[in-house]
Design a binder for this molecule. Structure first.
Ligand SMILES: [Cu+2]
Length: 146
């Protein structure tokens, strides 16, 4: 495990800050928020619609090229900058309050975030819930819930 992290650290140093799993993504593929954007003030609960271009949505476990399923990252560091992000390449994206999986292929959700500022980011995962190479992720947006 330590060797893996050391090797990843070297790769990261060479190729930049992004980290990636083993399943290739399609060049130019992008995930994005369809109905909200950075700086929005909204009423809760918050409906979030996921957009994906250049690849297709498929349920977790589906072996098909250029597909993946959505993950919503909530109130955490931008993906690639979190302390445990390299572990997610090996074990898949965590499933907890800060990492929500949509393994049935859902393309929208409603989240109860509570009043205040929250950050959101979309990250596509492969059939095993690991980020692709290169990762397909949105910008981090900050929204305020009334
Ligand atoms: Cu997943």
């Amino acid at each position: 495990m330590k060797k893996t992290i050391a090797a990843l650290a070297v790769l990261t140093a060479i190729s930049g800050p992004l980290i990636a799993g083993e399943t290739p993504s399609a060049p130019g593929a992008a995930v994005y928020f369809v109905n909200i954007e950075d700086g929005d003030t909204v009423k809760g609960p918050v409906k979030v619609v996921f957009g994906l271009s250049g690849m297709g949505v498929a349920p977790a476990g589906t072996e098909a090229e250029n597909t993946g399923h959505h993950h919503l990252l909530i109130n955490r560091a931008p993906f690639g900058e979190g302390a445990d992000d390299t572990e997610m390449l090996e074990y898949g994206i965590y499933a907890d309050d800060n990492h929500v999986h949509f393994g049935k292929g859902q393309t929208e959700t409603t989240v109860d975030l509570g009043a205040g500022e929250h950050t959101l980011q979309l990250l596509l995962g492969d059939l095993n819930h690991a980020p692709h190479d290169e990762p397909v992720m949105s910008e981090v947006i900050t929204i305020t819930v009334e």
